[in-house]
Design a protein around this ligand. Structure first.
Ligand SMILES: [Zn+2]
Length: 186
């Protein structure tokens, strides 16, 4: 996740919202949601269910576009597409037990797009304007383990040492042997 910044407290949330003019004159361009569980090719179900969402917001104001990663999505609601007047965000610490707290991130774009999750990361992607789809590979994950570049199209998993062919432009790729999500070392 070397390209992403994490929002861990309210002041970082306020900083994100301020950094793009409170998301005034912005819109949701693209959402890619993945479940980290799966039905495998042998019909067994991998029970690591968790929704992670990659969201692209485009804005008429600098820095024009931001990619957000909502990790472990708890709630998501969309009521139509349109232009946003603004966004609000809350970072809550909720007690899970007497000794531990869990973080809950909530964001609302007007009242038409609401999302809450366990973690939020973001990355300015100023060039992500226009019509074209940008999210064409695996949804990034903070749980990704390193993969080593072997040559242009081949990479190797740091966990099981398996090697596989993947598009060198895709930083994230699933190891076909151990099924870990991997992040290419640069
Ligand atoms: Zn592996």
């Amino acid at each position: 996740m070397k390209f992403y910044q994490e929002v861990t407290n309210q002041s970082e949330m306020d900083g994100l919202i301020n950094s793009i003019g409170n998301f005034h004159d912005s819109m949701t361009k693209e959402i890619h949601i993945i479940n980290r569980g799966a039905v495998l090719h042998d019909s067994k179900m991998l029970m690591s269910h968790q929704f992670d969402a990659q969201v692209l917001i485009q804005s008429q104001w600098k820095p024009f576009a931001v990619e957000m990663l909502f990790i472990d999505v708890l709630e998501l609601s969309i009521q139509g597409a349109g232009e946003y007047f603004g966004a609000t965000g809350l970072v809550r610490q909720e007690s899970a037990s007497a000794h531990s707290e869990i973080r809950k991130i909530e964001m609302k774009f007007d009242s038409s797009f609401k999302i809450s999750s366990g973690q939020l990361f973001y990355r300015v992607q100023s060039e992500y304007l226009g019509m074209k789809a940008r999210f064409t590979s695996e949804v990034p994950s903070p749980k990704a383990i390193p993969a080593k570049m072997l040559d242009d199209n081949w990479r190797q998993c740091s966990s099981c040492s398996d090697a596989w062919e993947a598009n060198p432009n895709d930083v994230y790729s699933i190891c076909p042997k151990c099924l870990s999500i991997t992040e290419l070392d640069s």
